[in-house]
Design a binder for this molecule. Structure first.
Ligand code: F3S
Length: 65
């Protein structure tokens, strides 16, 4: 699975990096930055789903690699 962040859709709500700091960081303006570019490790799948479910802008998606 691959985790994707649409940086144009992100409005900086900050739930992703508050809930799953292992997956997301924030930039200087509070917008999300994805920490991993490659395939998602299986042990991070639950965290990824949590991030997807909690972004109010639907900026985070989980896709088949
Ligand atoms: Fe942005 Fe959604 Fe995170 S709006 S900061 S990707 S919770």
């Amino acid at each position: 699975m691959k985790l994707r962040l649409d940086r144009e859709t992100c409005q900086g709500h900050g739930r992703c990096y508050a809930l799953t700091p292992e997956l997301f960081d924030c930039d200087d303006e509070g917008y999300a930055v994805l920490k991993m570019a490659s395939d998602l490790a299986p042990e991070l799948l639950d965290a990824a789903r949590l991030a997807v479910d909690n972004c109010p802008e639907y900026a985070i998606t989980l896709e088949d690699a």
